[in-house]
Structures are given as structure tokens and as C-alpha cells.
Design a protein. Sequence first.
Length: 160
Amino acid sequence: MAFGFLKPHYLHARVQRLKALALFSTLTPRELKIVDSLLHIRQFLAGEIIFDEGEEGQALYIILSGAVSISRMRDSVNETVAELSSGSFFGHLALLDNAPRSAQVRAKEACELAVFFRADFVALMETDATIGYKISLQLARNVAQILRGVMLGEPRIEAL
């Protein structure tokens, strides 16, 4: 017997938000709970730097509330390239490698972020290959989408 009508009632609110993100959209409720248990919640004040351009990438960030501004140095001028708000995520290439960040991210307003560290992702892939596979596939799809946009002249910076 299927109890699909119960799903929204038993999923924790944060888990429901994770399910809405393309990165985690293919995960089951059980898998979402596992990922949720690996997230670290961080608060940032308006104007506070979340990470700097050139820093080693160590984590993906999910905006639970608030907004961030993403900027890059261009010809000695700090240029805003995007603003993201609740429900968005950034820094996801850090799950795959520790390459330097391609931009600075600063809290535009007070915000709460869920942080998914690369070390936790790697450990997850070792303990639950199915979840690791599903997230990795979504990462690959996202990177492909970004590359297609760049080739069409629509650069996107969500990879950071």
C-alpha cells in the first residue's frame, strides 16, 4: 500500500528544502536524511565574507535564508557577477576537488547556510555508494549545463 500522501508530513522542513535542489532531487527520503545529517549550519552577518577568491574550495553551500553576493576581481575592480538567495547553492565543484575558488562570496544580508564539506562527501561515497553516485551524477549534469551555457555565451558562475 502506498502512502505517498504522507511524504510531506514526515519529511523534516530542511530535508524538504534539500529535495527541492537539483543536486539532491533524485535522493529518497532516507537518503536525504543521511545527507542532512552531514550538513553543518553556519550563520553569517550582512557584509561578512563566506569565502574569498583564490581560497581552496572545501565545501558546497546551500542558502537556507538570506542572500549572498558573488564577485570577482577584474582589472583591480571588484565586480559583482551574481546574487543568490534562499534555495540556491554555490561552491559545488569543491565537492570534487580543492581547486582555488573562482570568486568571492559575501553575505548580502544576514543569512543561514548549510555547509556540505568535501571530506563528508568523500566519506559518504565510501559508505553509501548509491547516494554518492546520485549526487555525483547531478554534479556532472550541472557542470554540463554550465559548460553549454558558456559555449552559448551565457556564462554562469554557480560552480565557484
